[in-house]
Write a protein that binds this ligand. Structure first.
Ligand SMILES: Nc1nc2c(ncn2[C@@H]2O[C@H](COP(=O)(O)OP(=O)(O)OP(=O)(O)O)[C@@H](O)[C@H]2O)c(=O)[nH]1
Ligand SMILES: [Mg+2]
Length: 346
């Protein structure tokens, strides 16, 4: 127990001390690009899967006992309807809460990509009406068609939240729902971490360990997350108590999100066609300045731990197949035992 407490305290300290550049060197950053840049961690998932509760659990795990910033369904409200952003006090870390999905139709998918690329801004209404249908139609199916704001305003890591006892998940329907999104995230070099919530209910049911194993396997297949990027937790429903085992997992999730987020920023900077060409500023200036869309899809989704070669013959998206592909080899320095972040499977 004392060992667990030590691990928790050490993880907590590491996160509290996090500054941009803790895990990566941003050699290819444009002048001014990293100033006031946060690691943007976005939470996606089906409605009611526990995204907002997870944000509150993260605050609790980091010792902010009196903070429950995200609106959960238990507060008598319907759930998240506005794109919300919560900063961890004193850290360049932003947690972005989104509205839950129901079917991942074109409206919902379009909304997901607009959030991912910083086109929908914190505070924006996420009502899915005719206006959002028009926006989705205008972009078409394919996020690469959207003009993107500066990288600092885009999302850098995705946490996909799945409710353990969601029947659609158990029946394998999620696979269809998020396949296209998963391909796009990989293409954009954005790692997906998966959190399976409601572990307390799994624990109470029969054959809990067996069920956990099955759920984990299914999650790996559905979200494309690496095995070590799947976390099973029970959210903290009372402000007072969170099981230390879950607390440690939540802190490990956060540390992983920060390393993945920083690496996504570095790799996306590295793959830009003309880095350092011009100053890029963050959010405040973003509304006034128009930057050329960074050249995306230069390289195929990365597939190997140490070398990521381009030119995929089996990449399915018709739109992407028309985009320019480089024949160069894209090499990355990875630490031992680490996987290329863009690779979802080891
Ligand atoms: N037992 C249990 N309940 C949970 C857990 N996580 C969330 N809940 C409850 O499930 C309900 C939905 O949680 P939210 O966090 O509001 O879900 P959401 O994904 O943000 O929902 P939307 O914003 O509508 O998409 C709330 O009543 C939470 O208290 C969990 O791990 N275990
Ligand atoms: Mg919510």
């Amino acid at each position: 127990m004392a060992e667990l407490e030590d691990e928790i305290s050490s993880l907590c300290n590491e996160i509290h001390e996090f500054k941009i550049g803790t895990f990566e060197n941003f050699h290819d950053a444009m002048e001014g690009e990293m100033e006031s840049c946060c690691v943007n961690i976005v939470f996606f998932g089906m409605a009611g899967s526990g995204k907002s509760a997870l944000i509150n659990t993260i605050f609790q795990s980091l010792g902010y006992k009196d903070m429950n910033p995200a609106v959960t369904q238990t507060t008598g409200k319907e759930g998240t309807k506005v794109l919300d952003r919560f900063f961890l006090p004193g850290n360049p870390i932003a947690l972005i809460d989104t509205r839950g999905y129901f079917s991942m139709d074109t409206k919902e998918e379009g909304e997901l990509f607009r959030i991912l690329f910083g086109i929908d801004r914190p505070g924006d209404d996420l009502t899915r009406d005719d206006k959002s249908a028009l926006k989705a139609k205008a972009a078409g199916q394919g996020a690469h068609k959207l003009e993107k704001p500066p990288l600092a305003d885009q999302m850098h890591v995705v946490i996909w939240v799945i409710k353990a006892n969601d029947i659609r998940f158990e029946m394998g329907q999620y696979r269809e729902i998020i396949k296209y999104v998963q391909d796009q995230l990989r293409e954009e070099i954005i790692t997906t971490l998966t959190v399976i919530t409601f572990d307390d209910e799994v624990q109470r049911g029969p054959n809990a360990d067996e069920k956990r194993k099955r759920l984990k396997e299914a999650a790996i297949e559905v979200t494309g997350s690496d095995r070590k990027n799947v976390f099973m937790i029970a959210n903290s429903l009372s402000e007072k108590y969170l099981d230390p085992v879950y607390k440690k997992r939540v802190l490990e999730l956060m540390k992983k999100a920060l390393t993945c987020g920083e690496r996504s920023i570095r790799m996306r900077q590295n793959k830009r066609e003309s880095p350092k060409k011009e100053n890029r500023h963050s959010e405040s200036a973003a509304s006034e300045l128009k930057y050329p869309t960074p050249v995306e899809h230069e390289y195929e989704p990365l597939t190997d731990d140490r070398k990521c070669k381009s030119l995929s013959s089996d990449f399915k998206s018709p739109d992407l197949s028309q985009s320019k592909r480089s024949t160069e080899t894209f090499e990355m320095e990875l630490n031992d035992n680490e996987h290329c972040l863009a690779c979802s499977k080891s």
